[in-house]
Design a protein around this ligand. Structure first.
Ligand SMILES: [Zn+2]
Length: 168
C-alpha cells in the first residue's frame, strides 16, 4: 500500500503519475516541508508548504495521502525551489533519522519532472478556493492562525500539527 502523485491534464491529454511507499511519501513530504518552511516568504508560499504538509498519514490515513499536482495552491517557481532545496538537504539535520537518500532523491526528481510539465492551463484554480474554505465547513480542518512553526522542526504546522512530529 502506498500513494500516487499524479498529473492529469484534460486539456492536453496528459495522465502521468509515480508511486511511493507510505514510508517514502512521509519522508519526501517531510523534507519538502523542511525546505519549504525555510524558503517561504509570501502567504501563498506558506500555504503551499502547509498544503503539502497536510499530506500526513497521521491525519489522512495510510495509503490515502497521495495527491494530484494540479490541485496544489500553485506557484510553480516556488515548488521547484523547495524541491531543489530538499535535494540539497535543507533542514535535514532537524530530522532525528537519516533519510534513505537514493529513494528520496528519486522521488523528489519524479515530482520535479511532473512539476516541469505543468502549464497554467492545467491548474485547477477552484481547488485552491475549496481548500481555503475547508476550515469553515469543518473546524477540525482549520489551519492554525498566523502560520506558527513547530518549535522542534521549524516547519509550518497544519491543522493536525507538525508532519514530522506526527511521524512517530
Ligand atoms: Zn515537529
Amino acid at each position: 500500500m502506498g500513494n500516487d502523485v499524479s498529473f492529469k491534464s484534460k486539456e492536453r491529454n496528459i495522465d502521468k503519475c509515480f508511486y511511493m511507499s507510505n514510508t517514502l511519501t512521509t519522508v519526501s513530504i517531510s523534507v519538502l516541508a523542511l525546505s519549504g518552511s525555510y524558503f517561504a516568504k509570501s502567504i501563498r508560499e506558506k500555504e503551499i508548504v502547509m498544503w503539502l504538509s497536510e499530506h500526513d498519514y497521521a491525519v489522512c490515513g495510510l495509503g490515502t495521502y497521495g495527491f494530484e499536482i494540479t490541485e496544489i495552491p500553485w506557484v510553480r517557481e516556488f515548488v521547484l525551489k523547495i524541491i531543489d532545496g530538499a535535494l540539497k538537504k535543507v533542514g535535514w539535520e532537524l530530522l532525528d533519522y537519516e533519510p534513505f537518500e537514493e529513494g528520496v532523491f528519486k522521488a523528489l526528481n519524479e515530482f520535479k519532472n511532473l512539476i516541469l510539465m505543468i502549464e497554467s492551463i492545467d491548474v485547477i484554480e477552484s481547488e485552491y478556493c475549496e481548500w481555503k474554505g475547508y476550515g469553515d465547513i469543518n473546524p477540525i480542518l482549520k489551519p492554525p492562525e498566523g502560520f506558527p512553526k513547530c518549535l522542534k522542526h521549524g516547519v509550518y504546522l497544519h491543522f493536525g500539527g507538525c508532519v514530522i512530529c506526527n511521524d512517530k
